[in-house]
Design a protein around this ligand. Structure first.
Ligand code: ADP
Ligand code: ZN
Length: 218
């Protein structure tokens, strides 16, 4: 099974995609996490993508698709994947469709998490992320302790979560990524989910729509 999580920055894609992957026994591929980890390591990929992430613009398609397709070819992805942050424009969506087609696979569902603009800006400006495992944290208990509950890593504010860059990322989202909503709607794959409210509530909404489509049978 192949599922894409779609939504604006701050919509909760990362958190929800990771939850869904666990629940469905699939592997999550998060392009943004892969880029940030490469930047932390300071390797070649990290050096190549650093400026784009800092500016809040898209990493060029050639780099992004190579990284994602390569990741998809590893054995743990054979049973299926939950994509978080990829595809982010029409070109990437087409490349993904073609790559899956070559393996006789298709995208089964696209979960589109819908959140209002004011809520997005508020969430992004408050968010902290684990430097090691990239788990995001909203305002809450972990926040004050400053440590990741999963791996003990240090929590930090992403350099692209400042107001100017957030505005740029939202602009990029509406211009380049939002057209994917139509693209997937046309193929009948779009599952729209209300993303306002707490993590657990949104999780339940998502589980609900996936269960209806018999992705989750329990
Ligand atoms: P968010 O959804 O909060 O913006 P991500 O971690 O998904 O965060 O992405 C962070 C940054 O990584 C993006 O602003 C962009 O620069 C880069 N990026 C991530 N995924 C892609 C992609 N599929 N194509 C191009 N750039 C990407
Ligand atoms: Zn962590």
């Amino acid at each position: 099974m192949y599922i894409v999580f779609l939504g604006a920055p701050g919509a909760g894609k990362g958190t929800q995609a990771a939850n869904a992957a666990r629940e469905l026994g699939l592997t999550a591929i998060a392009s943004g996490d892969m880029f940030r980890q490469a930047i932390e390591r300071g390797d070649r990929l990290g050096l190549k993508v650093k400026d784009y992430l800092e500016k809040g613009v898209l990493v060029p398609d050639e780099i992004t698709t190579e990284v994602v397709l390569e990741r998809m070819s590893s054995p743990d992805c054979r049973g299926g994947v939950v994509f978080d942050g990829f595809p982010r424009n029409l070109k990437q969506a087409e490349v993904l469709d073609e790559a899956l087609k070559r393996q006789n696979n298709i995208i089964d569902w696209v979960v589109y998490i819908k959140v209002s603009d004011t809520e997005l800006i508020k969430r992004l400006s408050e968010r902290l992320v684990c430097r090691k495992c990239q788990t995001p944290y909203g305002k809450g208990a972990a926040y004050t302790e400053g440590k990741c509950q999963k791996c003990g890593g240090e929590l930090y504010q992403r350099p692209d979560d400042n107001i100017e860059t957030v505005k740029e990322r939202l602009k990029v989202y509406f211009n380049k990524t939002a057209p994917l909503i139509e693209y997937y709607k046309k193929s009948g794959k779009l599952l729209e989910v209300d993303g306002e409210g707490g993590v657990d509530k949104v999780s339940r909404n998502i589980t609900g729509v996936l269960r209806k489509r018999e992705c989750i049978t329990r």
